[in-house]
Design a protein. Structure first.
Length: 419
């Protein structure tokens, strides 16, 4: 019984795939050419065609016809191509790239589809539109337990079926196949569809879109180029390929400055870390001038008075008592007994770093001997008007009240008025 069923399966397969093929040549009484050569209307090659012959571009699906001189489009719309060809319901549907459709009822094409029938009596087998036969189904032993096929598979180049009575082998080459040669293929880069054309004119498509991949170069010194055919070229944008000489950056955290890529770190901290005692020097100043403070945080360049305690002298109305602003006073005899003009009062003057005493009193220099601005004193903040800078001899400086820089003493005169 099982062996007979296998034969029936092959018969039914043959009936189910029987069909009638209608060629375009039969319909238009013309010759149909195909290939990639005709790509635009007005081309004159390939030549030698008869008027009305058809040419199908296998890459784009565009159809042209030979008008006697050149290949021309079959439609006015020069950019319309066939985009879909399928069975929809009971119609064969052709759709172009503009969405226009043409349909042909499948019943008009015609098929040889038939159905196997039976009246359920043993051995009865019929086919619609055909005859009926009676098969010999007499099983002599009437034992259904020994009819079971236990194996049915392809082993090597053979089809094998096994039951309790042994194994039957049929070479696959004896069964036959529809071996055909692929005559053409095309690939649509936009849809990633591969179309294969067989020697009998049938086509098959393969969707390769799931096989596409994207290569991203990232943010490193690398670029990736794709030639569109699945070939990728990786290029380095760093010509010397030396990782030890790359660009570095500076960053600061607090008083620490760090150079990236192992460049090290340094501290720019001020030893006292006190931003309130830094002096912002005023602009200007001339050679020999010194920095002066008003005690309120304002500094200015002034002429250097040589470190003397400059004070104003005053004299009373009688012209006999002389007073010093920050000192005492003395009464003097203003009678100049010797009347000698060479020993009269002299005045001090300064030009640059030179201090001169009038009337032949000579001159001295008050220049800073090393003229090195890098070893100057960093002045402390604070101070009041008139205070001077004092040192303890150990590098610590402070503003103090000015005692004139001299040994302040009271002046006196003897009874004779001469000493």
């Amino acid at each position: 019984m099982k062996k007979i069923i296998v034969v029936l399966v092959f018969l039914m397969t043959g009936f189910a795939f029987s069909q009638t093929t209608v060629t375009l040549e039969d319909q238009c009484n013309c010759e149909v050419l195909s290939g990639p050569d005709v790509t635009a209307a007005g081309m004159i090659t390939p030549a030698g065609a008869d008027t009305g012959d058809i040419y199908v571009n296998t890459n784009t699906g565009t159809i042209y016809y030979w008008d006697g001189d050149s290949w021309e489009l079959t439609a006015v719309d020069t950019n319309t191509t066939n985009s879909q060809f399928e069975v929809v319901g009971s119609d064969l549907l052709l759709t172009d790239s503009d969405g226009n459709t043409l349909s042909v009822p499948l019943v008009d094409i015609g098929t040889d589809s038939q159905t196997l029938t039976t009246d359920n009596t043993p051995g009865n087998l019929g086919i619609t539109g055909g005859n009926t036969i009676a098969l010999n189904v007499d099983d002599a032993d009437s034992d259904p337990s020994n009819e079971i096929n236990t194996r049915f598979e392809v082993v090597g180049a053979n089809l094998e079926i096994e039951d309790a009575n042994g194994t039957l082998i049929v070479p696959l080459t004896d069964i036959g196949s529809d071996n055909q040669t692929i005559t053409d293929f095309s690939y649509d880069d936009g849809t990633r569809i591969l179309t294969l054309t067989l020697e009998d004119g049938n086509t098959s498509t393969v969707d390769l879109s799931e096989l596409s991949e994207t290569v991203i170069a990232g943010t490193g010194a690398v670029t990736v180029n794709d030639d569109g055919n699945g070939n990728y070229t990786v290029n380095s944008t760093d010509p010397d390929e030396d990782a030890t000489n790359e660009i570095q950056t500076l960053s600061q955290t607090g008083t620490d400055v760090t150079l990236s890529n192992g460049g090290g770190a340094i501290s720019v901290a001020d030893n006292d870390n006190d931003s309130t005692n830094e002096i912002e020097l005023p602009a200007g100043g001339t050679n020999g001038q010194v920095l002066s403070t008003d005690g309120s945080g304002t500094y200015s360049w002034i002429d250097d008075d040589g470190g003397a305690d400059t004070q104003d002298l005053s004299i009373d109305a009688a012209g006999t008592t002389i007073s010093l602003v920050d000192g005492g006073s003395v009464t003097v005899d203003v009678d100049d007994a010797d009347a000698d003009a060479t020993n009269e009062i002299q005045t001090l003057s300064q030009t640059g770093t030179n201090v001169t005493l009038s009337n032949g009193g000579g001159a001295i220099s008050v220049a800073d001997n090393d003229n090195d601005p890098t070893n100057e004193i960093e002045l402390p903040t604070g101070g009041t008007n008139g205070q001077v800078l004092s040192t303890d001899g150990s590098g610590t400086y402070s503003w103090i009240d000015d005692d004139g820089g001299a040994d302040t003493q009271d002046l006196s005169i003897d009874a004779a008025g001469t000493t």
